[in-house]
Design a protein around this ligand. Sequence first.
Ligand code: SF4
Length: 321
Amino acid sequence: MTTRIEIDHRRTARHPEKVRRPDNPIQRKPAWIRVKAPTHPIYVETRNLLREKKLVTVCEEAACPNIGECWSQRHATMMIMGDTCTRACAFCNVATGVPGPLDAGEPQRVAEAVAVMGLKHVVITSVDRDDLDDGGAGHFAAVIRAIRDAAPGTTIEILTPDFLRKGDGAIATVVEAKPDVFNHNLETVPRLYPAIRPGARYFVSLRLLARVKEMDPSIFTKSGLMVGLGETREELIQVMDDLRAAEVDFITLGQYLQPTVKHAAIDRFVTPDEFADYAALARGKGFLMVASSPLTRSSYHADADFAALRAAREARLAAGD
Ligand code: SF4
């Protein structure tokens, strides 16, 4: 039997840069965060297909609490360019280290899985690949094109890294492949970047979103934040204003959950009523779509949300806004 100590060791070994950090005890989750263990037959079917195609998912790598619900509906978020990230964010459970070379067969395998699963909408994300000249932009574009060929009826949402120091060319490469939704998460408020997202820069992330919209206004843009990390309501409001100034269409807000004792501590559990308050604030700022709840993740319910997003844009255009 695997002991708790062995599990903790295995998990922290995924994050060599965090091993020497003091432990942050994991707080007991409130009743509104509990999720059921995955047992549905379609969950197993989804898992088997992903294994067969040798695909990595952020659902597993990030230890997402929604995996039972999502995979039971054949909704998995595939993570391309390997399972090892070149950044070392304090909130993230994806392994840190030196990644291997890109797998040239991956775009085709992802596309085949999307076609076999018969997905209406797919979300593709990746690890950060600061080691690549284009940050992986060309690989993202190849995956989008392969899905368009294999599953032309599937709408495509990408959740990308920030392409820090990779220039406008990297952003243009992805935009020219025409994903339906371009998502890049700000993750937290700017004051907390040095502690939570030390390898990233708030205004670089914001500018990426703005540039996507400038390059192709037909692409929906989306961004998400985790709350419960110590941010204030005023700071969140400022981020909402910044996102609207960048013409971002869709904001997602969800509770930060601490993956291991070596990750950033939860400051507090935000209540469902506060999430409803944040949602009302965001709607008031003019976002086309808002998802705000304790278990909201950027890819949670992404298929239904995409349909609603498209309908919201059409309604706004019809109203002459
Ligand atoms: S919310 Fe996203 S990451 Fe989590 S299980 Fe669902 S699809 Fe995967």
